[in-house]
Design a protein around this ligand. Sequence first.
Ligand code: LMR
Length: 336
Amino acid sequence: MATSLSKKTAIRVAVTGAAGNIGYALLFRIASGQMFGSDQPVALNLIEIEPGMDALKGVAMELDDCAFPLLTEIVQTSDLAVGFKDVDWALLVGSVPRKKGMERADLLGINGKVFVGQGKAINDHAKKSVRVVVVGNPCNTNCLIAMKSAPDIPDNQFFAMTRLDENRAKSQLALKAGVPVKDVSELCVWGNHSPSMFPDFFNAKIGRQKATDVITDDKWLKETFVPDVGTRGAAIIAARGASSAASAANAVVDTVRDLITPSFGGYHSVCVISNGEYGTPAGIITSMPIKVDAVGNWRVVEGIKLSEYAKEKIAASNQELLDEREMAFGQLGLSI
Ligand code: LMR
């Protein structure tokens, strides 16, 4: 394995489902420096369930074969106590993916309990400063389950991923407007990572203009754009026969990188613990616009003006999260 050229201490990153499709698209990007920077060594704790350990060995061999200068160590394990030991980041990718015809919430009964065990193991073995990003679906509620199962880790260190939805939404607006995707900014996806999510096109910008001044087709925005973003995951499953992997991994890289990078100007969508911002019910993990300050603390962006249409959409998505919480917590015996 390559030795690091940098004198910085390695960031230790646990990845669950490390031999899965998203894991395979993610690990090489972390090890190459795309997540934490080109002079930041990383150690990878690769976690798999027992039947995946042979495949994991192959993934670790390939990581070795890349001779990444920044990769200082690879741990391969199915033991959560080993996998989360002293980690700085826990990327909870592994879970049973949905199949055609399912909604993400249908996975609650299957995946929910996994996040109890992972939350407990993170609580007991990770650094207290660990930051946790949940990707496995339904990611908002799984994140809440992990957070509740890790009482010693501050709630504001738990995140679930809607960056994939933000990226999807930006691409759709760019295509419609005929501009490069980099010109689309300030597009927050609010609520649940489910078809009820709301990509807020009212506040989005295309170049320096309001997106709604560039794309004036209100019917397209409300009746095509919003539902298409919300059901893009299902469309990928229908087309590929498997759920998104490379784009999901890319969004994990974007999420983490932007959580450790001061945000100059724009903001990004991340699901975080609600303290009642924008009328969101406190205590759920819901997607909001996040900014990061110069010392790496995140906060929900204040002062965004939401239209009545947006408020209704966001409230409906958050109600879905309350319902998911009630169902999952009832099944798992967790208390709110
Ligand atoms: C996605 O949005 O592509 C993922 O959450 C997978 C899924 O089930 O939609």
